[in-house]
Design a protein around this ligand. Sequence first.
Ligand code: 2M8
Length: 442
Amino acid sequence: MRPNLGAVRLAASAAWTLSGNDIGTMITAAPRLYPHMWSWDTAFISIGLAHLNVARAARELETLLGAQWRNGMIPHIVFSEGTGYFPGPERWGAAELNTDAPNAPRTSGICQPPVHAIALRRIVDIARSQGQRDVAFKLLKTAWPKLYRWHEWLVRHRDPLGTGMLAIVHGWESGMDNSPRWDLPYAEVVPGPDLPPYVRLDRGLVAADAERPSDAEYDRYLWLIEEMRKVRYDADAVVRTSSFLVGDVFVTALFALASEVLATLGEESEQPPWRIRQLRGWARRSRAAVAAAYDPRTGLARDRDLRGDRWLSTSTIAGFAPLLCGGLPVDAEKSMLATLTGPEWAGHPALFARIPPSVSPNDVGFRPKEYWRGPMWPVIAWLFGWAFAQRGWQEESDHLRSECLRLAADGSFAEYYHPVTGEPLGSRQQSWTATVVLDWLH
Ligand code: 2M8
């Protein structure tokens, strides 16, 4: 029988999970599989923390922002002293190769989806609701300029077409590492004979190897790092030379959404009006790029392979990116929302909970246990739920919340879940699962 903790015990276990993953200098993404700080995980983690202790939440976000590169990039991993994760700081060699990278803490050399302004919004609102206006204001004042520089970096270095569609140079930058979205572009990534040998450390930390990416996938992941090392992580040179360069529609939608959020936070904290106007302009352009990626034949938005100069049509959750940021004509948007909740996706009769899985259960590529190839990710449902509430779709937002709470009621705080059986998969005590559950329970 699947355990069902009930709201009070579930909230207590989520809080306990976060404190268990607190190693003093940071809250790690997960106890064993991910013993460091991940950029977008930390954004979500700080939201859950805010319910427990706003000052602690502010500190967590500030720790991440303290590792921001001098050029503005927020790195995808901030390394702790912990070992047991590969590739670690030595393999990345970011600080040795690029003077923009901090020496301490050590970081990786790529980035992750820009959800940080959304976290800042949430923390500020939670702080205000608890009467802690000073903490909120202080955090806003310190974090805002850093987040502005982060968004500016993305516009300057990751919009190679100048259309507002942001590009990623590694599947890890999407956060959806082995999603079928990347199969075609990864097929063109050919690891060279000079790929230094390596030993994976993730195997054995999950119940079955198939829950993690394959060795062939890892070779490509590592090869891309070699390519970046060759150009010393120079942002523009990486975009010129990486054999993987894809316009990521989901990242672009998050950027559009987060830029609007940051603009509003800027108004609330008296930031320079020209910067606020600039953020709104970036949001408009990226929203238009997301809308332009919409395919009326499938009803979903597509990624753009910039190396292969082709659209990438896959039936993944990322195809619903326009629902996050808006920009589609009303009819198209309505029908996209109906698809998301309908029998192809969240309403599929075989599913354990009515939450959209990472890949449609009707797709030939659907693999219910394989990481980003089918399982349900509570954190992704949270993002849609939050965006839906902002957009005035409260009923849909509440529905995602209650279904996700049902999925997470077992208290495992799994990294991801089997969409049909609800079985916990990947890591347990994953911080971002605990944190979104905490947010939903408040
Ligand atoms: C996963 O990614 C890392 C690489 O960045 C890995 O598999 O080693 C992804 O799910 C990513 O989105 C997430 O941020 C990270 C930590 O939870 O794990």
